[in-house]
Design a protein around this ligand. Sequence first.
Ligand code: GLV
Length: 324
Amino acid sequence: MKKILVTRKPPKYLLEHLKEEFEVEVWNSEEQKIPQEVLFQYIDQVDGILCLLTDQITKELIDKGKKLKVISNLAVGYNNIDLDAATSNGIIVTNTPGVLTETTADLTFALLLATARRLIEASNELRMGNWKTWAPMMLAGRDVHGSTLGIIGLGDIGAAVARRAKGFGMKVIYHNRTPKPELEKEIDINYSSQEFLLRNSDFVCILTPLTAETQNLISLDELKMMKETAVLINTSRGGIVNENDLVTALSTGMIWGAGLDVYEEEPLPTDHPLLSLRNVTTLPHIGSASVQTRLKMWDLAALNLTYALQGKEPPSAVNEIGDK
Ligand code: GLV
């Protein structure tokens, strides 16, 4: 029997299912991530690993996985895995696209609305007893309808956010490595350069993966290009937006606000300067967190792992491994 490691507590039905096929080692916690030394302890014993975005699957770890054939990530993003190291060791890497598209787009749009209309701040004011009277400019935010949304990264989630935006009466422009003329027609959106997008959008939404090219894509120069009334939304990965520069932009009025679900360091330290700013709405990386979608992600991650170890083509591999 092949042996696998699952780095977080899976749903019971899924664990039972996996046990029919494999010898299974589980880091049996929902809340705590597997320590790196425990990963190192198991990696040379297992044929496959089902891991989370919180696990750092480094070259050093991969090189130690002498039997390792597949790394199945429970996420669409896989910047936590050294893909080059995996590929050169003949190890298949898989992710969970598709099943989380609409759920993540919902959260992205919810965060945009919450930031624009200051929902979290407003709710907190009420709870703290600060609601003394109705006041004309009390907690006044920014209009979403009629405004321009700029999407950086028009993948599946970007397109799903664009569709929502059109329903809210927004004009949508996007920037992507490859323009997508079909989608432009279908959704009624326009391609633009990144600079035009930054200068002209009321809401800038980051939906590109974190790679060497997108690291610090939004830094001080880019923030300076944005309107003083603009809002930045990031539900992709921390590291694409330079957080120090964002703090500067938010605290000096360079931009109006930000809605963030992802951070350079997660969990976000509670003394982080971002948390001292009123004009930022912060969520703890919950983009795909609906019960239905998280279960679908588990199922797809398990299927990817199972297929790879059965010598079949997994539904969502991110690298190509030639015959060895
Ligand atoms: C979550 O951030 C994911 O990449 O699926």
